[in-house]
Design a protein around this ligand. Sequence first.
Ligand code: SDX
Length: 434
Amino acid sequence: MSGSKVSGSVNFTEENGETTSLPLVSGSVGPQVIDIRKLYAQTGHFTYDPGFTSTASCDSAITYIDGDEGVLMHRGYKIEELASESDFMDVCYLLLKGELPNAEEKDKFTHDITYHTMVHEQLIQLFRGFRRDAHPMAIMVGVVGALSAFYHDSTDITDAHQRMVASYRLIAKMPTIAAMAYKYSVGQPFIYPKNDLSYAENFLHMTFSVPAENYKMSPTIARAMDRIFILHADHEQNASTSTVRLAGSSGANPFACIAAGIACLWGPAHGGANEAVLAMLEEIGTVDRVQEFIAKAKDKSDPFRLMGFGHRVYKNYDPRAKVMAETCHEVLEELGMKDEPMLKLAMELERIALEDEYFIEKKLFPNVDFYSGIILKALGFPTSMFTVLFAVARTVGWVAQWNEMMEDPGQKIGRPRQLYTGPAERPFVPLNKR
Ligand code: SDX
C-alpha cells in the first residue's frame, strides 16, 4: 500500500482467551485502517459489513472525502476551488495524472481528447437496434460496452499505453455517445463533434444543434455545464466506482468495466437520484404538499425517501451541493427562469427539511443531485438524460480509479466472503418423496 505506513496495532481477545494483533495503518489524511488481510488465516473469522459502511476496499491517492466536515478534495485540491478556478480538462488531467497541467500539458491533453471525440461510423447501426423510447441509460450501457468490439487496439490491460488510450477514448467519446442517445430518442439526426469547441460546448452542440441551425452557445451556460462535469467527476469508492474496480479486478477490458459502472450508476439510490428528484418535485407539485412528503420520508413503514437528500458519507452539507446551488441560480437568472416554480418548490423543500428534527438528527442534507436536476431541466435536458450526464462526467473518475488499480502491483481479483445462513448439509430427497 504505497503512501501508507503501519502506525500501531489493534489487539482483540476472544472468549476462549486467544488474542489477535492486527496492524493499524495510516494514510496521508483521514481515518486509519485496521489491516485485516490476515484475519481469517489467524482467527478463522471473516468480518461482516454489508454495504461496506466501515470497510476500505483499497488505498487510493485520487479523492478524499471528510463527510463530517463536508470536505471533498481531488489530489489535495478542494472541490470549491477546482469548480471556481479550473475547467473540466484541468480536472480530468489532475485525476488521471495526479497534478494540475501547465499550459503546454493542458493544450496537448485537450487536443488529444478533442481528437478522439468522434465514434466509429458503424456504431450508428447499433443505435438502430434500440426502440426510440429506450431509456438513454439503457443505450449507454449497451453502446459503451460495445466499444470493446470497435477498439481492439486499446483493450490489452497489461499495456500501460493501451490503458491510457482507452481512458482518453472513453473520456472523449462519452459526450458524443450521450448526445447520440438523446438525438435518437427525439428522432433528430446525430450531430458530429466540432474540434473548435470546448468539451462542454461540444456536448451542448451535439445535443441541441440541428443540421438546420447551430445551438446558440451562451458562455454562462457552457461554463455551468463545465462546472457540472467538474462536480460529478469523481467521488472516491462510491457504488459505481467500486463496480468498475471489481469488474476491472478480473481483467475485464476498460470499456466493459465502464459499462458496468454506468449500469450501477443508474440506480435511484445513486446516480439516478437527480432524475428521481425531478420526479419527486413533480409529484409533490405545490409547496403546501411538502409537509405530507416530509412525513412520508420519516415514516419507517413507507419506503419513500426524500430524493436528493442524505448521503452514505456526508453527514454535513455536500460541498458539491453548495456550488451546484450557486450554479442553479446563475443558470436560471441567465435563462430568465428565476421564478421557475420547480426551483421555488425545491427551495421550500430544502428549507423545511433542514429545519426538521428528523433530518437534523439523521444529518440528512441536500446532496449533489438535489440541484443538478433543476439545472439540467432548465438547460432543456429531459429527465431521462440526467443520469446520462452524470455518467459522462464520472467517466474520468472511473477510468482514473481503474488505472490506479491496474497499476497497483498488489492488485488481485475482488472476491468478498459471506456469512452463510442457509440450511446445513441434508440428504437429497427423490422426486417421488417431495
Ligand atoms: C450519490 O457514494 C457516493 O459518493 C454517491 C455520490 C457520488 O458522487 O458518487 O455522492 C452520488 O449517489 C448521492 C446520493 C444520491 N441518492 C439520493 O439522493 C437518494 C436518497 N438518499 C438515500 O437513498 C440515502 O440517503 C443514501 C442511499 C444516499 C444513503 O443511504 P444510507 O447510507 O442507507 O443512509 P444512512 O445510513 O446515512 O441513513 C441514515 C438514516 C436511515 O434511517 P434509520 O435506519 O437510521 O432509521 O436516514 C434515513 C435512513 O432510512 N435516510 C433517509 C434518507 N436517507 C437516509 N430518510 C429519508 N429520506 C432520505 N433521503
